[in-house]
Design a protein around this ligand. Sequence first.
Ligand code: SF4
Ligand code: SF4
Length: 64
Amino acid sequence: MIDKNKCIACGSCVSVCPVNAIEFEADGKPQIIKEKCIKCGSCVAICPTQAITINDDKESKKLT
Ligand code: SF4
Ligand code: SF4
């Protein structure tokens, strides 16, 4: 998920996602489309404010 309070809407996560699983919403902040996300971790790594966490299932341990 993306913590919208931490996100500065830099757009890096949208650019780096290999499967276009991140889209900006009407409020100007991005959101991960879980159905598309392959949990590669690229967005987590690039986010300058650590706003992204991928911990919605047991596979999340692979990213940490
Ligand atoms: S973990 Fe990878 S596939 Fe999932 S939203 Fe982030 S960059 Fe995209
Ligand atoms: S990389 Fe982080 S700060 Fe930048 S738009 Fe994505 S979630 Fe927001």
